[in-house]
Ligand binder design. Structure first.
Ligand SMILES: C[S@@+](CC[C@H](N)C(=O)[O-])C[C@H]1O[C@@H](n2cnc3c(N)ncnc32)[C@H](O)[C@@H]1O
Length: 239
């Protein structure tokens, strides 16, 4: 079974072809602590890209609802949520290496065993490494907003992406998005409201109050300080 630890490796091997992406890979500084966290803990908590779905019961050594977070940043909210919901299994996907290192260090510090991480493009992981109808919840918190109109095509929330999420959610599973950029919130609402197979859980057919299970993130706190709003959207898979 061929496996690729990073997108660069897969690209070099010719299995990954670059297309319009929701991120630009920033090199960023990897601290010694983050590098060490990856070196020491990847074998236990890291999952490599593979072109066929993982058996998640085997991965976690138990059967439990699986929550998948796309673009977890430094992983603060992912780790907090995994600690608060030990009865669930969590998968985080992030392309930013320092974030992966920071998150691994926190996982180990908190002694969590219900989190696994991918360092890869979430779209490819969902398409190839995650089985259909295997997820209870998908979370996308503060995705890169791509402010400029000419960059809107890079926004990860698009009709095709929504249908990819739908195919991976189990029935009644939910797709939870949050953003502090109003124009992106409107875009999410426009895309999601017309998607077959989803219903909006909002009583007002738009946004929902922040659910208790989502901790305040660094980005959100900054948004609050700047007087910005935050919009949560939760859509349930109905078929
Ligand atoms: C604005 S940050 C938000 C981080 C975090 N969710 C938070 O709220 O603090 C967006 C993150 O998504 C990651 N990202 C964007 N597109 C991605 C993709 N296709 N696969 C994996 N990660 C992605 C970026 O690297 C970045 O760290």
């Amino acid at each position: 079974m061929s496996k690729y630890k990073s997108q660069e490796e897969a690209e070099a091997a010719g299995v990954y072809v670059r297309k319009v992406q929701s991120f630009v890979k920033r090199e960023g500084r990897l601290t010694k602590g983050q590098a060490l966290a990856i070196e020491t803990n990847w074998d236990n908590f890291g999952l490599d890209f593979q072109p066929e779905p993982y058996n998640l019961e085997e991965v976690f050594g138990r059967s439990a609802p699986v929550v998948l977070e796309i673009g977890f940043g430094m992983g603060k909210s992912l780790v907090e949520m995994a600690a608060a919901e030990p009865d669930k299994n969590f998968i985080g996907i992030e392309v930013h290496t320092p974030g992966v290192g920071a998150c691994l260090a926190d996982i180990v510090e908190q002694g969590l065993n219900n989190v696994r991480l991918f360092e890869y493009d979430a779209v490819e992981i969902l398409k190839q490494s995650i089985a259909d109808e295997s997820l209870a919840r998908v979370q996308l918190y503060f995705p890169d907003p791509w402010h400029k109109k000419r960059h809107h095509k890079r926004r990860i929330v698009q009709p095709e992406f929504a249908q990819l999420i739908r195919s991976k959610l189990a029935k009644d599973g939910v797709f939870h998005m949050a953003t502090d950029w109003e124009n992106y919130a409107q875009h999410m609402l426009e895309v999601m409201s017309v998607q077959e197979g989803f219903e909006n859980t909002s009583e007002t057919e738009d946004y929902v109050p922040r659910p208790d299970f989502r901790p305040l993130t660094k980005f959100e706190q900054r948004g609050h300080r700047l007087g910005h709003g935050v919009w949560d959207l939760i859509f349930r898979k109905v078929n």
